[in-house]
Write a protein that binds this ligand. Structure first.
Ligand code: NAD
Ligand code: TYD
Length: 360
């Protein structure tokens, strides 16, 4: 090997998605000794343009493939020093209509990677990217890593299955697994089906923003760069077989989040369209991050600044989202099925939701 060549082989699954692409860019910028392989199936959520800045980087290679395909994924895992496994079906609303892909990718795909990891000679970390949604709805207090896993929707349940499967491969086969449970991420390149990019891009176009139920559901917002820094730290200092919560410490009710987005874009609150609540909608997520903070991590992005920068990113990068929203027929079909033909309408509301609409 020539002196100065990268010496650490890193496999990132799902690296063409939102968090994965942020992690790939972060990793290549931060670790000159890493060579990164992205394995991504390029589902509707995976986009090569997310990686355009590193597609020609000699320290990065992109492979289109399915994590559930052992013939493709197995050899890549066996050649890796570090695996960071992001690949998943990720949208709760989609999991309510079509859960099959969540089982195939999130559960079975994780199994394929973990099983390959049993025979990996040089592997020193397998980071299983789980989610705070595995704890289920948290009425009071915050979830610690010792709390029971009580997922309440098919997405969260498939992630919980993979999370526990990863743990079992550490406990039984000694695979060097670390499990992370992050809260809701935000930042550049998030697919416009999740609340922040959906509401920002709709509001830019003066379209209604469909707020579920009474709008009082709470999510804890974590900037994607703070998430990437936490993963970096855990790869170096996390203990195998352990779970680590990652949370931004920004618990915001959806209605407040919506007001902030509209304010940043100088749009009226009348754009808010209260619509039927999501089935089984978890009221609140909240994670205790003491364990991660004890390793020296603290989030750097205050939510107000991070949200402003994110709104600016969507305003400045219409090239990225407009084709998805305007010409991607799969997206338009999804939008229609989820929100109705011309977007959400008050007439679609239950009596209860209509009453709430008046209050908002
Ligand atoms: P995303 O939907 O933006 O991206 C998912 C990526 O995985 C896409 O590039 C897609 O093409 C790829 N993929 C899907 N199925 C695949 C398969 N079978 N084989 C290979 N690649 C496949 O998701 P995201 O928001 O970036 O989430 C990444 C990970 O982080 C997921 O595991 C998710 O559960 C977890 N997570 C997300 C959040 C959040 O707020 N977004 C919070 C906590 C945890
Ligand atoms: P989402 O971005 O889908 O993430 P998750 O379900 O993983 O938390 O949703 C975040 C919150 O926003 C959640 O409480 C549901 C709500 N929401 C809406 O009110 N309207 C929408 O159109 C979407 C997509 C989400």
């Amino acid at each position: 090997m020539v002196k100065g060549d990268p010496t650490v082989e890193v496999l990132v699954t799902g690296g063409a998605g939102f968090i994965g692409s942020n992690f790939v860019l972060h990793a290549l910028a931060t670790h000159p000794d890493w060579r990164v392989t992205t394995l991504d199936k390029l589902t509707y959520a995976g986009r090569t343009e997310n990686l355009r800045d590193v597609m020609d980087d000699p320290r990065h290679r992109f492979i289109q493939g399915d994590v559930a395909d052992a013939a493709v994924a197995g050899p890549l895992v066996r050649d890796a020093d570090i695996v960071v496994h992001f690949a998943a079906e990720t949208h709760v609303d989609r999991s309510l209509h079509e859960a099959g892909a969540f089982i195939t990718t999130d559960v079975y795909g994780s199994f394929v990677l973990l099983d390959a990891a049993r025979h990996a000679q040089r592997l020193r970390r397998f980071v299983q990217i789980s989610t705070d949604e595995v704890y289920g709805s948290v009425e009071t207090g915050s979830s610690t890593e010792h709390d029971e896993v009580k997922p309440r929707n098919p997405y969260a349940a498939s992630k919980a299955g993979a999370d526990r499967l990863a743990y079992s491969y550490w406990a039984t086969h000694g695979v060097p697994v670390i499990i992370t449970r992050a809260s809701n991420n935000y930042g550049p390149r998030q697919f416009p089906e999740k609340i922040i990019p959906l509401f920002v891009t709709n509001a830019i176009d003066h379209l209604p923003v469909p707020l579920y139920g009474d709008g009082r559901h709470i999510r804890d917002w974590l900037h994607v760069e703070d998430h990437c820094r936490a993963l970096d730290l855990l790869i170096e200092r996390g203990e195998c077989g352990e779970v680590y919560n990652i949370g931004g410490g920004n618990e915001v009710p959806n209605i407040d989040l919506t007001h902030r987005i509209l304010e940043l874009l100088n749009r009226p609150r009348s754009l808010i369209e209260p619509v039927q609540d999501r089935q089984g909608h978890d009221r609140r997520y909240s994670v205790d991050t003491t364990k991660l903070r004890a390793l020296g991590w603290t989030p750097r992005h205050p939510f107000a600044d991070g949200l402003r920068a994110t709104v600016d990113w969507y305003r400045d990068n219409e090239w990225w989202w407009r084709p998805i929203k305007e010409t991607d027929t799969a997206y338009r079909d999804y939008y229609e099925a989820q929100y109705g033909n011309e977007g959400p309408h008050k007439s679609d509301l239950s009596a209860e939701a209509s009453a709430k609409a008046e209050e908002l």
